[in-house]
Design a protein around this ligand. Structure first.
Ligand SMILES: *[C@@H]1O[C@H](CO)[C@@H](O)[C@H](O)[C@H]1NC(C)=O
Ligand SMILES: *[C@@H]1O[C@H](CO)[C@@H](O)[C@H](O)[C@H]1NC(C)=O
Ligand SMILES: *[C@@H]1O[C@H](CO)[C@@H](O)[C@H](O)[C@H]1NC(C)=O
Ligand SMILES: *[C@@H]1O[C@H](CO)[C@@H](O)[C@H](O)[C@H]1NC(C)=O
Ligand SMILES: *[C@@H]1O[C@H](CO)[C@@H](O)[C@H](O)[C@H]1NC(C)=O
Ligand SMILES: *[C@@H]1O[C@H](CO)[C@@H](O)[C@H](O)[C@H]1NC(C)=O
Ligand SMILES: *[C@@H]1O[C@H](CO)[C@@H](O)[C@H](O)[C@H]1NC(C)=O
Ligand SMILES: *[C@@H]1O[C@H](CO)[C@@H](O)[C@H](O)[C@H]1NC(C)=O
Length: 316
């Protein structure tokens, strides 16, 4: 008798996880006054998208249907061209394929990117954020859209850091005026203090620096460094989560939606709170759980943990 509710929960969880009939819509918008080349990469075992890279002219938008449990990244390449031999490359955020499609490759830093974990472990809750952990190349924001998204917070950076990037972090390009990207101090100096490695590999030992303060001040609603625990980016409180929404990914947004909206805390997901902290780590994401077998075992463990803790609560 005791086993059947457990079995039922497992069945429900698994069927929710594998149900890919529903999909989420992404609207990718280029508000920059120059052409960009968005790149998309699926991570973990999630399904591939119908495109991994395309051209998006100034003022244009592109709609994309994304599987309900997709995990991955979206970024924007700039200053791209094709050589006379047909080799396509970009000065910022290139993916190194020699063509417009990124075919599973990620962006070469520095690159602003959005990361998504849709329908996290079948919970119905999406996690997302705009990250500057590999640096900045253009302003970008992720805005939840549609029914049920009114309490969800947009993540991103509407400021153009290329204009005031600290001198030692600037990336310039011969022939173009000004800065075209802004490196992280880790990339620029490659030392453990700025990279949060070695003796600085814990949140307590790798608190902010003058550089992280700069990124945070300019982009309060972006995830700016490995142990970013500032209010909007707080990894332990799931600031950027939303149940059943579609998303606009906007490059060079005019500005982020009003801060007052951000003051409303996101609805706390109940199931995902129980997911071990590993899944909450934006930098690790789900990529580490590569095989479906691993995922099934993981879900079983989570469900079993949930069930037994519920039982304990009922007993106690
Ligand atoms: C794009 O906008 C920037 C800043 O608003 C401006 O400096 C630049 O001249 C514009 N470029 C073009 C091609 O319109
Ligand atoms: C994309 O979808 C949005 C919302 O559904 C719609 O307003 C917009 O016109 C669509 N854009 C394109 C290029 O189809
Ligand atoms: C294409 O261009 C990139 C960047 O300029 C370069 O690194 C790469 O070697 C080139 N590939 C080929 C096949 O020419
Ligand atoms: C094409 O882009 C590459 C990399 O950004 C750059 O080195 C090269 O000068 C560009 N070529 C032209 C013709 O613009
Ligand atoms: C997804 O795309 C990558 C890179 O092109 C490829 O290696 C992989 O086999 C694809 N996966 C599926 C399920 O099609
Ligand atoms: C998301 O977009 C799809 C297709 O455009 C639509 O059917 C669905 O209702 C939308 N979802 C929400 C939560 O608005
Ligand atoms: C960064 O420094 C470490 C050792 O301090 C070295 O192993 C690594 O190759 C360096 N990386 C770069 C990109 O210079
Ligand atoms: C982040 O969340 C944790 C857990 O809720 C909380 O203790 C901490 O104060 C938060 N940090 C900030 C900066 O809000």
């Amino acid at each position: 008798m005791g086993g059947s509710p457990l079995l039922l929960t497992i069945m429900i969880t698994l069927s929710a996880f594998f149900s890919e009939t529903e999909s989420t819509s992404f609207e990718i918008v280029n508000n920059c006054n120059y052409t960009i080349w968005p790149g998309l990469r699926s991570t973990g075992s999630s399904l591939n998208l119908s495109t991994t890279g395309f051209t998006l002219r100034s003022g244009a938008s592109f709609n994309l249907s994304v599987p309900k449990s997709w995990t991955g990244q979206v970024w924007g390449r700039t200053l791209c061209n094709e050589s006379s031999t047909g080799n396509f490359s970009c000065f910022t955020a290139d993916c190194g394929t020699g063509k417009v499609e990124c075919d599973g490759n990620g962006a070469i830093p520095p690159a602003t990117f959005a990361e998504f974990e849709l329908n996290n472990f079948g919970s119905g809750v999406d996690y997302y954020d705009v990250s500057l952990v590999t640096g900045f190349n253009l302003p970008m924001v992720v805005e939840p859209r549609g029914a049920g998204s009114n309490h969800c917070i947009s993540s991103g950076c509407s400021a153009d850091l290329n204009g005031d990037c600290p001198k030692e972090l600037r990336v310039a390009r011969e022939g173009s005026q000004g800065t075209v990207a802004c490196m992280t101090p880790c990339t620029a100096f490659n030392n453990s203090r700025f990279c949060c490695t070695g003796e600085y590999s814990t949140p307590a030992s790798c608190s902010g620096t003058v550089y992280t303060d700069y990124f945070k001040q300019r982009c309060p609603k972006a995830y700016t460094y490995a142990f970013d625990l500032t209010p909007y980016a707080n990894q332990t409180t799931f600031t950027y989560s939303c149940a059943t929404a579609n998303y606009s990914v906007v490059f060079c947004p005019i500005s982020l939606p009003a801060e007052t909206q951000a003051e409303t805390p996101a609805k706390e997901p109940t199931v995902s709170e129980q997911v071990p902290s590993k899944s909450k780590n934006h930098t690790i994401m789900i990529a580490s759980i590569a095989s479906s077998a691993g995922i099934i075992i993981f879900i079983l463990a989570v469900v079993a943990g949930l069930w037994s803790s519920r039982r304990k609560r009922q007993q106690g």
